[in-house]
Each structure stands twice: as structure tokens, then as C-alpha cells.
Design a binder for this molecule. Sequence first.
Ligand code: SF4
Ligand code: SF4
Length: 287
Amino acid sequence: MKELVVISGKGGTGKTSIVGALSAIAENKAMADCDVDASDLHLILSPTIRKNEQFTSGFIAEINKNECSACGKCIDLCRFNAITDDFVVDRFSCEGCGVCAYFCPKEAITLNENIAGEWFISDTRYGPMVHARLGFAQGNSGKLVSLVRKEANEIAKNNNLDLIITDGSPGIGCPVIASLTGASLILVVTEPSVSGIHDMKRIAELTNHFKIKTLVCINKYDLSNENAQQIEDYCKKNNIEVVAKIPYDTDFVKAQIEGETILQYSDGEASKEIRNMWGKIKTIIMQ
Ligand code: SF4
Ligand code: SF4
């Protein structure tokens, strides 16, 4: 089984619209949405949730006021200042280190599992999808991303699917590394802006480090032919194939508003280029 991971670095490059379009065109596949902080693939794929589970990560202290003698020891010991003067634990500051519970003379503190988000297995009109939502101010997106990919892998195996299309996390930090390690192929969706070029280069360095074959798609290339040329020059120098140059097309947004992929919405140049790109990706990933 193969996994195509689509990443972009910065937001706004149209990555998710392209993942949606590839999901519509590829056969016998599952989807994994690893943009767990601000996912929007569901806007295009309209999933019907079949299963949802809590995602727990780390611990949160809880003080039992009935047992507490108000000695103040826990407040003094907590180096994250997570315990208020009236002996309540602030869940957003608590790091779950357990020091307060260990030293509490009244054994009034318990450590509970921290519910950091939710993950879902859904049906879409293009196949099964695993997706997730990280809770507010939770910093464990790398772990949740790994969980989403693992579950997508299980589903693909159990259903004899050939491919997983993964909408990778934005940025180049821990979540994106969790999105791409072990992938069969990376597609970087970039745009011809200074920040787009900068992020594309950083991702290319990252995927080179992990030795994962990488392709580039320049979205909205005609917004700056000069910058698009810079991207092509960089890719040529670094043996990275540019598999598509997609023109700027307002149909992407219109399609998203309608809950459609661009391929269903229009048969313009952008759709043709995406179909053409999929032909190239398929040949490379399935060989
Ligand atoms: S250390 Fe224990 S007993 Fe003392 S204030 Fe904290 S919770 Fe209460
Ligand atoms: S578990 Fe650690 S971080 Fe949380 S309240 Fe106790 S001492 Fe502070």
C-alpha cells in the first residue's frame, strides 16, 4: 500500500482543495486529514461520521477539596503556576508532571488523563476518511497526526485499498514531520510568493533529509510568472519534478462553497492540469 502526503508549509496555497480533487480522481483509496488544528477537508468531502473516539494525551491534576487541608504546598511546588490561590488546577497551565500529587501530604490530588481532542472514522463519497480535531490550546498535534495516519493505514489494509491520500499538517514543525515520515511520496503544493518559495525550500530540505521522493505543484502559478520560474529553477537544480502548474482560478473557492471538488465543479484549465498531474503522480507512486 502506498501513501501520498500532500504538504505546503504555509497556509493558503490551496493544498486542501488539491487533496479534495485528488481524492475524487484516485481509485481504491482512503483519506487521512492530518491538519488537526484547522482541518477543512471535511468542507469538501462532507464526511458522515461512523465512529469517534477521544484522543487523550498526558495528564491533568485535580484537587479534591474535601481532602485538601489548604497547606499551600502544591502551589509552592508547581513550577508552571498551574494552581490558583483557592486550590483549583488551571487545565491550560498544568503540564501533568505529577509533582503536586506526589508531595501532597493529604493525598488530595489525582492525575487524570487529559482529553486533548477527538478523532473520527467517516465515510465520504470518495471512500473512507480518518480525521481529527485537537482541543483548544492543546500542544500534542504530532501525536494526534500519527494516530490519524495509523488508523487510515489500518482501514486501507482491512479494505484492500492501494493508496492513502494524506492532507498533511501545515508548517514544518513536529506535526508536519509526523505527517510525512514513512510516506511513499510527497507532493508539495506551493504558490509563487516569497513566503511560498521560502516554505517550499524548507520542506524540500526536510523531505530530502528523510529521503522521501518529492514532487512539486505550483498553484496559482500565473500570479507571478517570475516567482514561478524561480520555483522551477530551484526544483530543477535539486532534482525535484514540477508535476503541475495550476493557473489561478476562482472556481476553487466557488467549488468549496458548494462542498464540491474543483473537478466536479468545472472543467477549466485548473481541472485539466490536476487530472494531468494525477496521471504523473499515479505512474510514479505505483511503480
Ligand atoms: S498540597 Fe494537598 S493538602 Fe496542601 S494545599 Fe495542595 S492539595 Fe491541599
Ligand atoms: S501536575 Fe505538575 S503542572 Fe500540574 S498542577 Fe501539579 S505540579 Fe503543577
